[in-house]
Write a protein that binds this ligand. Structure first.
Ligand code: PRP
Ligand code: URA
Length: 209
């Protein structure tokens, strides 16, 4: 079963609390999603392999470490996942970015795919799927399945806020995928919203409500 990592660094908890507040406006919400995403990217990349390189400092020749040419890709689930991309790119400016468009039907809560564009060398990359919200898990499960169908072999999932129901569904359907969270909340309500959650992440990011 895929491991679940909840990053409870004080900076992440503090920023998540402000993000959750109903009075936090679009500008600040967007900035906070960006900042928490960078902090998560820092933690998620902790296990990246390193290689020795010989360099010359102003003082001497020295053997030092650099990241060993690992090919990575980030795949935001549109639309709210877009809010996490820049935060990840600040830490990993050279990664490629694929996009998967999914929206959740408000009645059935079922995800519908409307867009997919991935790097051409899918089979050679390690992917991180990013989406602020993991609620029923339907969107994440479908996005991961789509990536796998196109040949992706190594996938991680990074979300800001999750319900236990969503975590369990991803673990059940994609046991090979590790999940990285900024917060694991209590439950889903009858409308499929995370409680206490932060509301509709897409609307809060893009000011559409
Ligand atoms: C939200 C969110 C996730 C999904 C999570 O997207 O960004 O993609 O819901 O819910 P689930 O785990 O139950 O599938 P939404 O469908 O509202 O679309 P949007 O990003 O375009 O606002
Ligand atoms: N999607 C959101 O944006 N928020 C939730 O709480 C659940 C799904």
């Amino acid at each position: 079963m895929g491991k679940v990592h909840v990053y409870d660094h004080p900076l992440i908890q503090h920023k998540m609390t402000i993000m959750r507040k109903v009075e936090t406006g679009t500008k600040q919400f967007r900035e906070l999603v960006d900042e928490v995403s960078s902090l998560m990217a820092y933690e998620i990349t902790r296990s990246l392999p390193l290689t020795d390189v010989e360099i010359e400092t102003p003082v001497s020749v020295s053997t030092q470490k650099m990241i060993a040419g690992k090919k990575l890709g980030i795949v935001p689930i549109l639309r709210a996942g877009l809010g996490m991309v820049d935060g990840f790119l600040k830490m990993m400016p050279n990664v490629k970015v694929g996009h998967i468009g999914l929206y959740r039907d408000p009645e059935t809560l079922e995800p519908h795919e409307y867009y997919l564009k991935l790097p051409t060398d899918v089979t050679e990359r390690d992917f991180i799927v990013v989406d602020p919200m993991l609620a029923t898990g339907g969107s994440a499960v479908d996005a991961i399945a789509s990536l796998k169908k196109h040949g992706a072999k190594s996938i991680k999932l990074a979300c800001l806020c999750a319900a236990p129901e969503g975590v369990e569904r991803v673990q059940a359907e994609h046991p090979d995928v590790e999940i990285y969270l900024a917060a694991l909340d209590e439950k889903l309500n009858d409308h499929g919203y995370i409680v206490p959650g932060l509301g509709d992440a897409g609307d809060r990011l893009f000011g559409t409500k």
